[in-house]
Design a protein around this ligand. Structure first.
Ligand code: PMP
Length: 360
């Protein structure tokens, strides 16, 4: 079996649209007919300037990003922002609220602790993070509320934004569900996402932030950790991840061609529903997440015991279904079915799971 024929259920880096892979392969030798590849072009030249402009324009078009929001391309993954956000916006005697809904949400809260008072506004830790909490309790004065819109490891997703007063600055780690459904950017102070699930390669992140919020950052930050420097210098204070930005431009172009976030949202819902419906009807396999908190990006499920899960994983892998093992911290199985993952791949997984169950 060739690599291209495999179904890649990896949680990230993850499947990319075929057209994007092909565009990338061509651009490595020749960017836009310039005779020089994307990896070799100066970031200060007109060819890369066009790529950067394309990436920003596409991001703005995909999410209808208002003009008073900055669109930033930051070298490094989502984890960088776990530290930079509190360092920028949380003073030693101030409060920030965090929703503790999984591994990454908790890491974000822990990273903020050295900078100020971290208040946990809600937590489902005692229920092994199988659901999104119903209620939030915010500090009386808070610099921001941080939440993780999709919990990659546990397979839960906020079905709507946390409901808070309009004036609370909401900061969202959207790494594993960015651009998977329509989003109202106006309701957020800041959205950030590592690219390697729905946007492109690892090692680069996208930030969409209200400029008024960015202006509240403390003074004297190192330039590469200062969001306003990225905004002023169009993400080019130093040499940016030019290839990563090229990839984000291509992926967002693909999103627009697919019909944008409305179209992707219904497609993603339909894809995940096929799998959840099967799990709900199976005698052998069962979904992990509480039905009201299920993720449409990462579907976590279990078999009757670890031996059965291992037997299925081995068989699936032999059949070209890769990346189905759950995160090492929780075990079980996980199908990551981001934007670019094809519907036929989900159907194939369901038929493998059903056939396995029948044989046993
Ligand atoms: N947040 C979430 C929701 C994630 O899923 C991940 C990575 N899987 C991260 C943050 C960390 O991202 P990175 O490795 O790009 O720093």
């Amino acid at each position: 079996m060739t690599t291209a024929a495999k179904l890649n259920f990896s949680s990230g880096p993850a499947t990319l649209p075929k057209q994007v892979r092909q565009a990338a392969a061509a651009a490595i030798s020749d960017l836009d007919g310039s005779g020089i590849g994307i990896l070799e072009h100066s970031h200060r030249g007109p060819e890369f300037a066009a790529v950067l402009a394309r990436a920003e324009a596409n991001v703005r078009a995909v999410a209808s990003v208002p003009d008073n929001y900055a669109v930033l391309f930051v070298t490094g993954g989502a984890t960088s922002h776990f530290t930079w956000i509190p360092r920028s916006f949380l003073g030693a005697d101030q409060n920030a609220d965090y929703c503790d809904t999984g591994v990454w949400a908790k890491k974000a809260a822990q990273a903020a602790a050295p900078f100020g008072n971290v208040h946990i506004a809600c937590s489902s830790a005692s229920e092994h993070y199988v659901r999104i909490p119903d209620t939030l309790v915010l500090s009386t004065t808070t610099q921001y509320l941080h939440f993780t819109s999709n919990n990659t490891v546990y397979g839960t997703q906020w079905q709507r934004m946390p409901s808070v007063a309009r004036e609370v600055a909401v900061v969202c780690d959207a790494s594993s569900d960015i651009f998977s459904q329509p989003i109202d950017v106006n309701r957020y102070a800041m959205i950030y996402a590592g690219a390697q699930k729905n946007l492109g390669p690892s090692g680069i992140s996208l930030v969409i932030a209200r400029r008024e919020f960015l202006a509240t950052a403390r003074a004297g930050l190192p330039p590469l950790e200062d969001y306003q420097v990225y905004d002023r210098e169009r993400s080019m204070h130093n040499t940016p991840n030019t290839f990563g930005i090229f990839m984000i431009a291509e992926v967002t172009n693909w999103i627009l061609q697919q019909g944008g976030l409305e179209a992707l949202g219904s497609r993603n819902r339909a894809k995940a529903t096929v799998l959840y419906d099967f799990l709900d009807s199976s005698q052998m396999w069962r979904g992990v997440a509480d039905p009201g908190s299920r993720s449409f990006m990462n579907v976590t499920f279990r078999g009757p015991d670890a031996a059965t899960e291992d037997a299925f994983l081995a068989q699936a892998q032999a059949g070209g279904l890769e990346g189905l093992r759950g995160h090492r911290s929780v075990g079980g199985l996980r199908a990551s079915i981001y934007n670019a993952f094809p519907a036929h791949g989900v159907e194939r997984l369901v038929s493998e799971l059903a056939a396995f169950e029948k044989r046993r």
